[in-house]
Design a protein around this ligand. Structure first.
Ligand SMILES: [Zn+2]
Length: 378
């Protein structure tokens, strides 16, 4: 299969000594959210299905409209106002524009593994608490001078610490119903109280708690690189509750909007921060299979990505015949930070060590999820 790589356009006449840039990157995900809803909004057939929507009349008032453009705007207002105007959205297969996972399994662990290591693993990693043998881009960045202690992760799903390999990586990861460090922090103490009251604690934390904890950490610690993973879209889909799935997707859009507003009004982050927004896998493409995903479920490998940031071409919705892969995320993170690596395809293996030479690589060798604005110096 032929893929059409999108290559970077920036100048490579950049000094190589610098390892820390002013740039910051947030990777933001919501688990198992389909490209179909991103680009067409709520599915009219599923919205009318009384077996999947508890109150079809009310749900239609919230999310239904005559056209896909109106429906997607109702479901994801931030995506289709700010991201569409100032960022990029990839994966609308109605235009043959695709984002796909490269791993064959189309479940969460291999998805996040591919996203964060830059390379799909052909060996199946089940969704279990097993430490990832591959180094993630987060661990690599954390090892670089100037970034140590400036990388963090928050997630709703409690397996993410194993995919990041938290202890080996030396990165703080707060996941599932794991308690937060209080140390006089009244908001964290409050969140902990709520977390303790939820029994039994499921594998996926309520996304609102994940967001509150992450937002508090961002304001206090100002990480330069953050992974923020939400999980309830997948949970509601597995329960075959289309209304809950839509509500969680809508809430996800609100989180991204709130965080972008915060970032753009904080001097540390303003006009210096890129959001890379995506998902770990798709779901079934038919009404009968939308709730499921995996190796045997058609459509599960089809996903989407969105980006917004100071170095990106504000090209909006991509309508060209191209394919991007989830594993390009890791390379994209490095590129948006301005970290150059020498090996090719450097970013697919991330085998570089702390003392590796950070020098520019030819622009044509970099595969990224978006198009970059030509840069003279950064
Ligand atoms: Zn799932």
């Amino acid at each position: 299969m032929k893929y059409y790589w999108i290559v970077a356009l920036f100048s490579i006449s950049v000094a190589s000594a610098q390892t820390t840039s002013e740039r910051n990157v947030f990777i933001i995900t919501t688990d198992g959210f389909r490209w179909q809803e991103v680009f067409s909004g709520a599915d009219p057939d599923l919205l009318s299905d009384i077996n999947r929507v508890a109150d079809t009349a009310l749900c239609k008032q919230l999310f239904d409209a005559p056209t896909p453009e109106e429906r997607r705007r109702k479901l994801l207002p931030f995506f289709w106002s700010v991201l569409a105007a100032k960022g990029q959205l990839n994966g609308n297969q109605n235009y043959q524009n695709k984002v796909q996972v490269a791993n064959p399994y189309k479940i969460s662990y291999p998805g996040y593994q591919e996203m964060l290591t830059g390379k799909a693993n052909s060996r199946l990693s089940p969704n279990l608490p097993i430490n990832n043998p591959q180094t993630t881009v987060l661990e690599y960045i954390q090892s670089l001078e100037g970034y140590t202690g400036k990388v963090a992760a928050f997630s709703s799903w409690n397996i993410i610490p194993y995919i990041i390999n938290e202890k080996k990586a030396g990165i703080p990861v707060n996941s599932g119903y794991e308690m937060l460090v209080e140390e006089g922090d009244t908001l964290n103490a409050l969140i902990n109280q709520v977390q303790q009251s939820i029994q039994p604690a499921a594998a996926t934390r309520n996304d609102m708690l994940t967001y509150s904890a992450a937002r508090n950490y961002i304001e206090k610690s100002h990480p330069k690189v953050l992974f923020l993973g939400f999980g309830e879209t997948d949970e509601y889909a597995h329960k075959n509750q289309y209304d809950g799935y839509l509500q969680k997707a809508h809430q996800f859009d609100q989180f991204v909007a709130d965080l972008w507003y915060y970032v753009q009004t904080d001097p540390f982050y303003k006009n210096n921060t890129t959001f890379i927004i995506t998902t770990d896998h798709g779901r079934g493409k038919y009404a009968r299979s939308w709730n499921s995903h995996g190796f045997w479920v058609r459509g599960s490998g089809d996903i989407w990505s969105a980006m917004i940031g100071p170095d990106l071409q504000p090209s909006g919705e991509s309508k060209t015949n191209e394919t991007r892969l989830l594993q390009h995320t890791a390379a994209t993170v490095l590129q948006m930070l301005g970290i150059r690596t020498t090996s090719n395809p450097a970013l697919s293996t991330l085998t570089l060590k702390r003392d590796a030479n950070i020098t520019p690589i030819p622009a044509a060798e970099i595969q990224i999820l978006g198009n970059k604005i030509p840069q003279q110096n950064k």
